[in-house]
Design a protein around this ligand. Structure first.
Ligand code: SAM
Length: 238
């Protein structure tokens, strides 16, 4: 193992996340490809090694274990440069992941990463959540849907809950201060068949970054009229 691989292992282990050597190598390869591609494509504003470890890798995987472990098929909506989907996939290589985004060039980059890291059961789907959420290949086909930094919760629920199968979960990554957003999203959550079951608040280890994970359980099928046409959820949230 190289020093950087060891560093990644130790860094995550301090946050009680134990990874094997293969995962450490994959995290490093992903980091190297991310900063390299970032020179010619806008992928991330964060490129310094330690900062990527913290704000992208650790932030993507911290606090999710109990929800990831029982899930078999996981969707990351609005994955961008692969967050939180890629770090989660590296941590759980045996689970099936689908990463969606409306911007194809980032998905093409992620496909290159997938090949280089030799990851299977990982696919990328280009399109808008409002359209893909009506496609029977994806609608109510995931045990878990995750999403970070894509939209306000009231909007995000309409983009994400249609993909969750009944009994599954939608987890939204929000900042520490999420009460107002949660209040605004109550109606949307219940109209789409969800129920807020938990808000997990914590400080990301080794930092002063406050996080809330909003945990929503899918209780009922989502009615056929949702999601509405592309752009409508953001323009007039439920
Ligand atoms: N999740 C990543 C992260 O945390 O670094 C990327 C966040 S970036 C600010 C938001 C991403 O959501 C963009 O890549 C954008 O293309 C995607 N996005 C926004 N609205 C979307 C929609 N309606 N359907 C699919 N993707 C969408």
């Amino acid at each position: 193992m190289t020093d950087n691989e060891k560093y990644i292992k130790e860094y995550l282990s301090k946050a009680n996340i134990d990874i094997d050597d293969i995962a450490a190598t994959r995290f490093l390869q992903f980091y190297e490809r991310l900063v390299e591609k970032n020179k010619v494509m806008n992928l991330t504003g964060i490129t310094e090694f330690e900062e990527v470890l913290q704000k992208h890798f650790l932030d993507s995987v911290y606090g999710l274990g109990q929800y990831i472990e029982p899930a078999e098929r996981i969707l990351d909506m609005g994955t961008g440069a692969g967050f939180p989907g890629m770090p989660l996939k590296i941590l759980y290589p045996e689970k099936e992941f689908v990463l969606m985004d409306s911007l194809n060039k980032r998905l093409l980059f992620l496909e290159e990463v997938r090949v280089a890291l030799n990851l299977e059961l990982l696919s990328f789907v280009h399109g808008r959540a409002e359209d893909l959420g009506r496609d029977k290949l994806y609608r109510e086909r995931f045990d878990l849907v995750v999403s970070r930094a894509v939209a306000r919760l009231s909007v995000l629920c309409e983009l994400c809950l249609p993909f969750v199968s009944v009994g599954g979960y939608f987890i939204s990554y929000k900042s520490g201060n999420s009460e107002e957003e949660i209040g605004d999203a109550q109606r949307s959550i219940s109209l789409l068949g969800g129920k807020l079951t938990d808000v997990r608040k914590f400080t990301l280890p080794g930092s002063d970054i406050q996080r809330s994970l909003i945990i929503i359980r899918k209780e009922k099928e989502t009615k056929k009229q949702y999601p509405r046409k592309a752009g409508v959820p953001a323009k007039s949230p439920l």
